[in-house]
Design a protein around this ligand. Sequence first.
Ligand code: NI
Length: 194
Amino acid sequence: MNDNFLNNYELSGNLLPIHTYPAPILKKIAVPVTDFNAELREIIKDMFFTMYNAPGIGLAAPQVGHSLRLFVLDIWFEREKVTLADGTSEYRFFDFSPMVFINPIFKNKSGEIIHEEGCLSVPGIYEDVKRAQLVTVEYQDMFGVHHTLEADELLSVCLQHENDHLDGIVFIERLSFLKKQLIEKKFLKKQKKK
Ligand code: NI
């Protein structure tokens, strides 16, 4: 885990609007981050806040309107609904393990895994996607320091899903042509009804 980042994460920030498929920004190739400044850290903080509250296990910058090669994820956190004394309820969050990946590059991909995926930009759609089982990714943290991480299972799936967003690819585009057509139709019809 990135022990140099957000060790004592506290849930705070602004909720960012999440763009949904087929918003044009989700199709764009995002540009590398070059300035590791306070503005970037503010975006990251708001991305975590937005991801946890959604709730989701990953969020890429293009999904919240920033065409940058950056994503955040946390596949470990817990969320629980609690009822307060006055009868209202709220969500409590536990066990944060926030990770941020900037300018990620996959160095190795091997094996095969099929895992059900969902996406905050395609709400309500969950489909099995075939990905590499094991990946090695090089990336920078929020201070620009370079790291290498080897990941498998859910973390590997999540890294590949989020990295796809940086290349303008939404997970339903990883499905077979017919399946994609079907899902897309279903999703767009549902969106129209809202
Ligand atoms: Ni997604």
